[in-house]
Design a protein around this ligand. Structure first.
Ligand code: PSU
Ligand code: MN
Length: 309
């Protein structure tokens, strides 16, 4: 049974509050993908489509953002429109979520900040597109996403489509292994690479069904283990972009980012926008497909967990 959460900074929709109090399945969703990951109007359409996919599994979607000094758990259409249209939202991670709350600044949550909010709210399952990780060249730039540290400490199941191929996937896996974070690919032996199903890198673990994931999670918890679980769910075959094609766009985008001196938080959104441009929008349709696919998987896992309680 999930605890009914009562943190003063959390603001729930009544549907989600009731669902959590009754132990019904709820899936958290991030909002950086809305403010920094996709252009208007596809960002809003995708956010709504993702919620519909979750509902179809029997779970309830909870999109998370920082608005009016509160951590909003569940956004209505008006909130979603504000977030989708604004150019002014802060991209928030562990380092700055409390800053945005204290300054009353509009902010979207990355994987790290969404995990923090989900834990506070008592939500165990979270669907996203891709996590942040070790950037290519990260061994010298030290650009390693706070998402990885968050996975180490925060007990949430994160369903993604693997590490984005703009990252150094091997080093990202090494950091996760050191941190004790299990990486489980669904139905495939290789870690999927976001836009492509194959990365050439063997997955540390593989499971085939949501039921098995729920059972693994419950087993981990019964051992008292802390931290998160990363589920890597490959993009549906008919929507993937072959890795050879993708890698060409990625190399070009990274070269240009280095030339322009793009640094810090700006790197991931900048690369995504550049790749969108280079691929003539194909990267965006693939992104939409994989997020919807992850939403369904996360919904199924949340339903299995609720049934196991
Ligand atoms: N994947 C996408 N679009 C995004 C992100 C990931 O397809 O917008 C976001 C997620 O919110 C992730 C963040 O947590 O990028 C990672 O940013 P950074 O590398 O700066 O930690
Ligand atoms: Mn970074």
């Amino acid at each position: 049974m999930t605890n009914a959460p009562d943190h003063p900074m959390l603001e729930f929709t009544s549907e989600i509050k009731q669902a959590l109090a009754e132990g019904k399945p709820v899936v958290a969703l991030e909002s950086t993908i809305i403010t920094h990951g996709m252009p208007w109007p596809q960002n809003m359409e995708t956010a709504q489509a993702v919620e519909t996919h979750i509902r179809e599994t029997g779970a309830i979607p909870a999109t998370i953002a920082i608005m009016n000094g509160k951590i909003k758990i569940g956004l209505g259409e008006a909130d979603l429109t504000v977030l989708s249209k604004t150019q002014d939202a802060m991209k928030l991670s562990r380092a700055d979520m409390a800053f945005a709350l204290s300054q009353n600044h509009l902010g979207s949550t990355t994987v790290a900040a969404t995990m923090m909010a989900a834990e506070l709210a008592g939500i165990e399952v979270f669907a996203t597109g891709g996590i942040g990780g070790v950037h290519k060249g990260g061994e010298t730039s030290m650009d390693i996403s706070a998402d990885l540290r968050e996975l180490e400490k925060t007990p949430v199941i994160v369903v993604c489509a693997g590490a984005k191929a703009i990252l150094d996937i091997q080093r990202t896996l090494e950091v996760l292994e050191t941190s004790g974070v299990p990486v489980v690919s669904i139905g495939v032996d290789e870690v999927p690479a976001f836009w492509s199903r194959d990365s050439g890198i063997a997955s540390p673990l593989r499971l085939d069904t949501a039921t098995e994931v729920a059972h693994f999670w419950n087993t981990r918890k019964s051992l008292g283990q802390q931290g998160g679980l990363l589920i890597a769910n490959p993009v549906p075959e008919h929507d993937q972009i072959q890795s050879e094609i993708m890698n060409r766009y990625i190399s070009k985008a990274i070269e240009e980012a280095n030339k322009q001196g793009i640094k810090g938080k700006a790197v991931t959104p900048w690369l995504l926008a550049k790749i969108f441009e280079l691929s003539d929008g194909d990267s965006l349709s693939t992104n939409v497909s994989l997020i919807c696919n992850n939403a369904r998987m996360a919904g199924e896992i949340a339903v299995c967990l609720a049934n196991s309680k």
